[in-house]
Design a protein around this ligand. Structure first.
Ligand SMILES: NC(=O)c1ccc[n+]([C@@H]2O[C@H](COP(=O)([O-])OP(=O)(O)OC[C@H]3O[C@@H](n4cnc5c(N)ncnc54)[C@H](OP(=O)(O)O)[C@@H]3O)[C@@H](O)[C@H]2O)c1
Length: 300
C-alpha cells in the first residue's frame, strides 16, 4: 500500500488515480473528510494528516511502502507560516522513517533555491533538502505550472477574469512558462524510483502573455491584455482579492513567474500539450471562480 497526502486535493488526487490504475492500494492522509460524492471515496483508505503530531503521522503511515507527499501552502497566513510548513514536512518525513516507509516521492517545484529572493522557493528548497538528506530514499519531483483537471485554480481563474473583464493586466517583463498537465505530474511521480531530482515540465514553452492570450481565445474573451510593471499587476491582484475575499496572486508568485522560474533546462518529461488540452475546456473553464481561501483555508 502507498500513501498520498491530500488525495482529495489537486495533484494528490491525480497521483491517487494513477496509483490505483497501477493496481496499488492507496491510503490518503487528509485534513478533512472526502467532499460529498468524491469519486475516490470508497477507493482509498483514509487516515488523518495530523501535521503537528508526529506520533499520529507515524501510525497513519504504518504498513506504507511509498509516501507521495503533496502537502504545501501557497503563501503564509496566520500561524501557517513557511517555517511551520517546513517543520510540519520534517515531522512527516521523520514519521515516514519511523514507520518503515521505503521511499518518499516528494512534490516540489521547478528551481527551488535556498538563496532565492522568493520565500516560497527558499522554503521549498529547505523541504527538498530534508527529504533528499533524510534516511528514507527520496525523489523530489519538481513541477512547473500545473494545468488540467477540474480542481485547478490558476488557469481557471485567469479564464474567469478574461470572461468578465474588458482588460487583463500582465507583467511587462517578458517571461516564460512551461505548463505541465497534472496527469503527467502524477505519472512522473508514480514512475519516480531512483532517488534524486526530477523536473516535471510539459513539452511546450509559452510567454506568460501568450498563455493568457490563448486562454482568452479558448473562452471567447475580448479582454485587452495590458502590460504593466509587476508592482502594478500585484496591486491590481490585491485589490481584486479584497473584492473576491481571496488571495488571487501574491507579489512573490508574480516575481517567480516573471523570473521564468516555472521552466526547466531538462528535456520535458510531460507529454500532454497545453495547446491540445485548452480548446476542449470552454464549457467549464472560468465559468466559476475557484477560491484558494475557501478550498484550503476554511474560507478565512
Ligand atoms: N499547482 C501548481 O501549479 C503547482 C506548481 C508547482 C508545484 N506545485 C507543488 O505541487 C504540490 C501540490 O500542489 P497542489 O497545487 O496540488 O496543491 P493543493 O491541492 O493546493 O494542496 C496540496 C496539499 O497541501 C494541503 N494544503 C494546502 N493548503 C494548506 C493549508 N493552508 N494548510 C495545510 N495544508 C494545506 C492540501 O490539503 P487540503 O486539501 O486539506 O487543503 C493538500 O493536501 C505542492 O508542493 C506545490 O508546491 C504545484
Amino acid at each position: 500500500m502507498d500513501a498520498v497526502t491530500g488525495a482529495f486535493s489537486y495533484t494528490g488526487s491525480a497521483i491517487a488515480y494513477e496509483l490505483l490504475a497501477r493496481d496499488r492500494s492507496v491510503r490518503t492522509l487528509v485534513r478533512s473528510p472526502a467532499p460529498a460524492g468524491h469519486p475516490l471515496e470508497g477507493s482509498v483508505d483514509i487516515a488523518p494528516l495530523a501535521l503537528d503530531d508526529e506520533t499520529a503521522l507515524t501510525s497513519a503511515l504504518d504498513g506504507i511502502e511509498v509516501l507521495y507527499n503533496t502537502f504545501w501552502i501557497r503563501f503564509p497566513r496566520g500561524p501557517s507560516t513557511f517555517e511551520w510548513a517546513i517543520a510540519a514536512s520534517a515531522r512527516l518525513f521523520r514519521a515516514a522513517a519511523a514507520a518503515g516507509v521505503e521511499r518518499i516521492v516528494h512534490v516540489s517545484v521547478t528551481r527551488p533555491s535556498v538563496s532565492s529572493p522568493y520565500a516560497y522557493f527558499r522554503a521549498k528548497a529547505a523541504v527538498d533538502e530534508l527529504a533528499l538528506g533524510g534516511p528514507v530514499p527520496a525523489v523530489s519531483v519538481r513541477p512547473s505550472l500545473v494545468f488540467g483537471g477540474r480542481q485547478e485554480i490558476l488557469v481557471n481563474n485567469i479564464a474567469w477574469f478574461l470572461r468578465r473583464s474588458p482588460v487583463f493586466a500582465v507583467p511587462r517583463r517578458p517571461c516564460r512558462v512551461q505548463p505541465v498537465h497534472v496527469d503527467d505530474v502524477a505519472r512522473i511521480a508514480a514512475e519516480a524510483v531512483e532517488p534524486g531530482i526530477i523536473d516535471a515540465v510539459g513539452p511546450e514553452t509559452f510567454t506568460y502573455r501568450e498563455l493568457v492570450s490563448d486562454v482568452g481565445a479558448a473562452v471567447g474573451s475580448r479582454a485587452r491584455l495590458v502590460p504593466l510593471p509587476e508592482r502594478a499587476v500585484a496591486a491590481l491582484g490585491r485589490a481584486a482579492g479584497v473584492t473576491l475575499h481571496d488571495t488571487i496572486v501574491t507579489a512573490e508568485e508574480l516575481g517567480a513567474l516573471t523570473a521564468s522560474l516555472l521552466t526547466s533546462d531538462e528535456p520535458p518529461r510531460g507529454t500532454l500539450r497545453f495547446s491540445d488540452w485548452l480548446p476542449g475546456q470552454a464549457d467549464w473553464l472560468g465559468r466559476d471562480y475557484h477560491s484558494e481561501l475557501d478550498r484550503h483555508w476554511g474560507g478565512t
